[in-house]
Design a binder for this molecule. Structure first.
Ligand code: ADP
Ligand code: MG
Length: 618
């Protein structure tokens, strides 16, 4: 139980006790009206003191126009017109409702935290021949740790000894354990299932995957959705309106309808209580938290309720090609050297790409096969969307597409595919090209088919050549293709799309974060794939797919739609019930206590509805 809930519980217990005692005293002693009112003030103060203090504190931030204020006005008023028993009773029930609210909200947060229970508790630091148990926070890069079967990986590391399998389910939602060997990267939050591994620390705790993911989920509520902000604003206008209606009830009806003045004042006060929107206000954040939790269990991190809401409005999905729709693992098809040997060309390429993280670079290094002597590589300049220039053995080597060659003043034409030609030049000498091609993700086909079935459009952006682009788009049945785009062209093209959009339509961009972070950030909804990869993507994206599985987008869309549906249901139900209660109060057909009980009941139903959200879609 949270601190806040405990305090509230004690408050309610003490208040209830005082209430009973005061009832008994009133029953046996023959008290006058004023004395009795003073007596009932005791449980009232016990129950509401903290609420009053909270409310006074809120005046400074101008956020005091909320349901607390309604209750304060209503119960104060009840005291004034001599309905002190009801005042205390109403306050008691109201506080009980707030306790339920607090309990369910904190249990929601806790169960989300449980889904992503990836916080590592300790690490075995290797020291000489032995090892020592330390806090994960103490680990420094380059230290060696030992991972035993069943242990959680404390920080991001690279395996230096042994083989094993790791379970990444908590982090990525991937249920199949992954085999690891020397040289493989291990991400914190995963679990080593079998085999003893030694691994070198590559990132400190706070920079490691588990901390990053937890930070993202914990801050998820900061990016508020329109519905949440609407709810905040709603109370700001709603409260004064309700108070105005109540005041009118004090003044007008006594002149027109039967009943004493006090009776009508009391009805107005009940109306205030009946109008309390507490259930609604707690159920909305709960539904969003539930949606975020459900998604995170499937390896989809959603950075806040705003993203959930935006995702439900997306009608066009723009995809990056390399690494997103394709695996980003290129196979060398053909090596076409020019005035040098085939092996020489491949070696030059691998050396030049020694430091690049681009999928093409990784693939060329793999194709080369041998160890890369990094001492032969000097300064490297990357040209996003073109390629790069690296100093190899003191000479400038250019590697990239034909446009990079043209920029160096070398005549070079695009090579007919299928595949991507990677051209190499040494200083001003053209050295040939390496033809590589990529594999389409099967999973991407499933996603595209689903999108089309649900009337959403698909677009592809790529820096690759027209032919390679058309090839992939044709196989996946993507509707429109924009090829030969530099990273800044992608941004521009995206902006153009956004301008032509209609009100309420949103655009999502799906990329892998390798030189498309600016587009990810600019899209209405930026979806980054393989959250375990690029850091820039973690920052720029709104939604992160922890696994390289585009079809997870289907789950994300479904979950966000279900979340919004539940929010709308809750709003309709709560507002409808409030209307009924207000009418009942006006007609004098409901007591103050019953009005509160009804409010708490509405809240419970709303909360239950939100809870179901969290179970989705199991
Ligand atoms: P995409 O839009 O498909 O993700 P990029 O914008 O990353 O592609 O790159 C566009 C093109 O630029 C690639 O198809 C390739 O021809 C060239 N290129 C980019 N980076 C490199 C690199 N490190 N090595 C070789 N070529 C590169
Ligand atoms: Mg890319």
């Amino acid at each position: 139980m949270s601190e806040k809930a405990k305090r509230k519980g004690i408050e309610i217990g003490a208040g209830l006790l005082a209430y009973v005692i005061v009832w008994a005293i009133e029953f046996y002693a023959n008290l006058g009206r004023q004395e009795a009112a003073l007596l009932f003030l005791v449980p009232y103060v016990v129950l509401s003191a903290t609420t009053y203090v909270e409310q006074i504190k809120k005046i400074r931030t101008m956020k005091f126009l909320d349901e607390n204020l309604l209750m304060i006005v209503a119960t104060c008023g009840a005291f004034v017109v001599g309905r002190y028993r009801e005042a205390v009773g109403a306050m008691l029930l109201y506080q009980a409702g707030r306790l339920v609210e607090e309990l369910s909200l904190s249990s929601t947060k806790k169960s989300i935290a449980k889904f992503i229970d990836i916080r590592p508790e300790y690490a075995n630091l290797k020291e000489g021949a032995g090892e020592r148990v330390v806090e994960p926070q103490e680990l420094q890069p380059k230290q060696i740790i030992v991972l035993k079967p069943g242990e959680k990986i404390p920080v991001d590391t690279v395996v230096t000894m042994g083989t094993g399998t790791v379970d990444m389910k908590a982090l990525t939602g991937e249920s199949k354990p992954r085999a690891v060997k020397i040289g493989d990267r291990l991400y914190s939050g995963g679990i080593n299932l079998n085999g003893v591994l030694e691994a070198r620390v590559v990132k400190a705790y706070s920079e490691s995957m588990a901390s990053k993911v937890m930070k993202l989920v914990e801050n998820a509520n900061e990016k508020k959705s329109d519905s949440l902000r609407l709810a905040d604003r709603f109370t700001r206008y709603y409260t004064p309106i309700v108070i105005a209606i109540a005041v009118l009830t004090f003044i007008l009806p006594p002149m027109m309808f039967p009943g004493t003045r006090d009776e009508w004042i009391f009805r107005g006060l009940i109306l205030l209580v009946a109008a309390c929107p507490s259930g609604l206000l707690v159920s909305i954040p709960m539904a969003f938290l539930g949606g975020i939790g459900a998604a995170s269990r499937q390896g989809v991190l959603i950075k806040g309720s705003r993203c959930i809401e935006a995702l439900t409005q997306v009608d066009t999905f723009v995809f990056d090609k390399t690494g997103t729709l394709t695996e980003g693992v290129f196979h060398v098809q053909k090596v076409v050297p020019h005035k040098i040997q085939e092996e020489e060309l491949l070696e030059l390429a691998a050396l030049a790409e020694a430091y690049s993280t681009h999928p093409i670079a990784l693939s060329l290094r793999t194709a080369y096969g041998s160890e890369i002597d990094k001492s032969r590589v000097g300064e490297v300049t990357e040209y996003p969307g073109l390629g790069l220039c690296a100093e190899v053995d003191g000479k400038r080597v250019y590697i990239g597409n034909y446009r990079l060659m043209n920029r160096q003043g070398l005549f070079c034409r695009p090579v007919a595919g299928p595949g991507t030609a990677v051209h190499v030049a040494v200083e001003k000498e053209y050295a040939g090209y390496i033809m590589i091609s990529d594999v389409i993700r099967e999973d991407a086909g499933r996603l595209i088919r689903w999108l089309h079935r649900h009337q959403m459009a698909s677009v592809m952006f790529t820096g690759d050549n027209e032919e390679a682009a058309e090839d992939v788009a044709g196989k996946l049945k993507i509707e429109s293709v924009y090829a030969d785009l530099m990273p800044e062209d992608k941004v521009e093209q995206l902006e153009e799309f956004r301008e032509s959009e209609m009100e309420g339509e949103k655009l999502a961009f799906v990329g892998d974060g390798i030189n498309d972070a600016p587009v990810l950030a600019r899209a209405d909804v930026g979806i980054a794939m393989g959250g375990l990869g690029a850091d820039a993507a973690l920052e720029a994206a709104d939604i992160i797919l922890m696994e390289d599985e585009p079809s997870k987008i289907i789950n994300a869309v479904r979950i966000s739609r279900a979340t919004l549906r539940s929010v709308k249901q809750n709003m309709t139900f709560a507002i409808g019930m409030k209307a009924v209660l207000i009418i009942l109060a006006f007609c004098g057909l409901i007591t103050m206590q019953n009005a509160i009980i009804a409010d708490v009941a509405v809240m419970l139903i709303n909360i239950l509805n939100s809870f179901w959200m969290m179970k989705y879609p199991e």
